[in-house]
Design a protein around this ligand. Structure first.
Ligand code: GRF
Length: 283
């Protein structure tokens, strides 16, 4: 049972313990306060008392667990937990996601398939800086809106921001987007822009480190392992907080192409799932 909860809530063993303690203490606090408040009404027992008690504890419960979660370091878990409950009650729709990509879009393709019919997120826009990028064809085949932007439009940020807000975009996923994200966009989407990099950052990141350049550099330095890094985007290339990394061995016989294949299979296996986890537990 505990293992099931751990995987459902995506928490480690110790955190699961703290989450359960928060549930218990928050629930008790809520029951206690509910009774104390009802004493003020002068009512004692009976159906009316019971109905009022149920209403009070339902209203107090989120406040109580949030309060208790702070000293136990579980505030983020409970904030997300409660907003998911509210979302379900409101029958909330999947969050619109935009994918930015400049290339063939194999990652975009995996993400689009993964989120097809998903409850939490929907890929509703594909943005590219290259009019002939393969990713645009993938988008069209999946009936997803596309937007082609040039460097100038990207740098100013305004036009792009208004296009994103028109489509109510809540998350941005960079899947092989070669341009720098303008500060205006980073500001408008704090911890809402994710990037994947084909190496173990902080090594082999930064300007000019993309595609085969990365794999060539890894091989030139005779690294024993490489891999992928999924991170939030900030104002610097390949620099924001790391969310997830996975590694693969680098063999002496590897060429940049064979290494690229190993890294790509890690990307396809993990990127959609990590995006889903972040949608469930935003920072
Ligand atoms: C991937 O290797 C990704 O890590 C990097 O750009 C590449 C995109 O590949 N940021 P694809 O177009 O998804 O095949």
């Amino acid at each position: 049972m505990f293992e099931k909860l751990q995987s459902k809530w995506k928490v480690s063993g110790w955190n699961l313990f703290l989450v359960l303690v928060t549930f218990a203490l928050g629930g008790s606090l809520c029951g206690y306060l509910g009774r104390k408040l009802l004493l003020l009404t002068g009512l004692e027992g009976g159906v009316v008392w019971f109905i009022l008690y149920i209403i009070l504890v339902t209203l107090l419960w989120p406040l109580c667990v949030l309060l208790v979660s702070v000293p136990l370091g579980q505030f983020r878990f409970f904030r997300n937990y409660i907003s998911r409950i509210i979302g379900k009650m409101k029958g909330s729709k999947p969050a619109p996601i935009a994918i930015f990509a400049s290339g063939t879009g194999s990652n975009a393709d995996k993400i689009i398939q993964y989120f097809n019919g998903h409850k939490m997120g929907a890929i509703s826009l594909v943005v590219s800086d290259k009019a002939d990028a393969g990713v645009l064809e993938i988008a069209r085949k999946n009936n997803i809106n596309t937007l082609i932007i040039n460097k100038k439009q990207l740098e100013s940020g305004d036009e792009l921001l208004s296009a994103l807000s028109k489509q109510n975009i809540k998350w941005i996923v960079l899947a092989g987007f070669l341009q720098k994200i303008p500060p205006a966009l980073v500001k408008a989407y704090p911890n809402r822009i994710l990037n994947i990099h084909p190496a173990l950052l902080p090594k082999y990141g930064g300007k000019g480190m993309y595609g085969m350049h990365v794999h060539r550099a890894v091989l030139a330095n005779q690294e024993k392992e490489s891999g992928i890094s999924i991170h939030f985007v900030d104002d610097h290339y390949d620099h924001g907080e790391t969310i997830f990394q996975a590694s693969c061995p680098v063999a002496e016989t590897d060429s940049p192409e064979t290494l690229a294949k190993k890294v790509q299979s890690l990307e396809h296996a993990h990127f959609p799932r990590v995006i889903e986890e972040i949608l469930q537990n935003p920072r």
